[in-house]
Design a protein around this ligand. Structure first.
Ligand SMILES: [Zn+2]
Length: 356
């Protein structure tokens, strides 16, 4: 039976726990200092490629929404520069990223982006450039001249994590070298931003990018970028004909970062671990821990437990079932104490097929 002391005891604990936190201002989930990023692939080919394409009509609705709601749309490089500068970012800042460098960026998205006066960051896989359906180097250069930003999406667009760590790192380095050489030859520029093919990475790959002078790298996990986000696994909300529906777009753009400052274990690549668990260190003095929820690929198949750790909160996340796909997304959400905001963090765990 529940003790009559339970509720007062909980309230006292919450009071002790929250008051010191409320006094700290360095909260990564605070109102300024966040970027809502989106990832698109193809435009106007949604009947053929529903998971990677969005109709021009729906894409224009996104742009209209950003305009009508006074969003500042920046390239990723500019947004990150502002995020880490003393001058605060506009409270509503969005970044549009496009992976793979498909031709439809020029034929379908560009006219709309020009109409609304926005630029995007395009991550290209250099072995694809100039191929059927892909932008050419000349077209990429022309986009750069219009203010678009070009980032590296690898040379070969490989599943690097399929290889054992030593071989993986060797391949990744060679691939980076090849792509950088092509960027230099064709755009006369060394690129500084990276997006992992398929969003798959490991800490070793992150270290290589850091060593080679990259400023940041994007994963393919949904969420809001904040000052303490892992700079080499930045989140962005995926957009296609389904996830891009206006009610979903409005929901995502209204999200706040959960305020995760550390993830343990850091490596998202699993080895013989079918029902994984991990912890998230969270700094967020507006979060209501009673409203925490965990989703595994959109369904309530995971558990999240919160406990206090020093001045932050530690969330233990565990899968309630065995994972059965190559990539599985864990999403943790919680409302603010006032109930007027939602916090969001997601993480993708990868079960590679070794020895491909
Ligand atoms: Zn890609």
């Amino acid at each position: 039976m529940r003790s009559k002391f339970t509720i007062p005891a909980i309230l006292i604990c919450i009071a002790i726990f929250w008051f010191p936190l409320r006094a700290t201002s360095q909260d990564p989930a605070n109102k300024s200092g966040k970027i809502r990023g989106f990832i698109y692939h193809k435009f106007g080919q949604e009947s053929q490629y529903p998971s990677t394409s969005i109709s021009t009509e729906l894409f224009e609705k996104h742009l209209q929404y950003l305009k009508q709601n006074n969003y500042t749309v920046l390239t990723l490089g500019k947004a990150l520069e502002r995020l880490h500068s003393p001058k605060p970012l506009p409270e509503k800042t969005a970044v549009l990223t496009m992976d793979d460098g498909y031709k439809s960026i020029k034929t379908h998205a560009l006219p709309l982006l020009e109409k609304y006066g926005y630029q995007a960051t395009i991550f290209v896989a250099t072995s694809h450039v100039g191929g059927n359906n892909y932008l050419s180097w000349e077209e990429l250069q022309a986009l750069r001249e219009k203010g678009f930003e070009i980032g590296n999406h690898s040379h070969s667009h490989s599943h690097f994590v399929n290889y054992d760590p030593d071989r993986r790192i060797k391949m990744f380095k060679q691939d980076l070298e090849k792509s950088q050489q092509l960027f230099r030859e064709n755009l006369n520029k060394t690129v500084e931003l990276y997006a992992y093919p398929f969003g798959e990475y490991c800490p070793g790959m992150q270290r290589i990018l850091r060593k080679q002078g990259y400023r940041a790298a994007m994963a393919q996990r949904s969420g809001v970028i904040h000052k303490k986000s892992d700079q080499f696994a930045l989140p962005r909300f995926p957009m296609n004909q389904y996830y891009g529906k206006m009610e979903k777009f409005r929901e995502k753009i209204g999200m706040y970062p959960l305020g995760v400052t550390e993830v343990d274990p850091q490596n998202p690549v699993l080895r013989d671990q079918k029902q994984p668990e991990f912890t998230l260190a969270v700094q967020n003095n507006r979060l209501n821990p009673g409203g925490l929820q965990c989703f595994l690929d959109g369904e309530r198949n995971c558990t999240v437990e919160a406990r206090e750790k020093n001045a932050s909160m530690l969330l233990r996340v565990q899968a309630d079932r065995e994972l059965d796909s190559r990539r599985t997304t864990f999403t943790v959400t919680a409302p603010s104490r006032e109930g007027d905001e939602w916090f969001w963090h997601s993480r993708v765990l990868i079960m590679p097929e070794y020895g491909e």
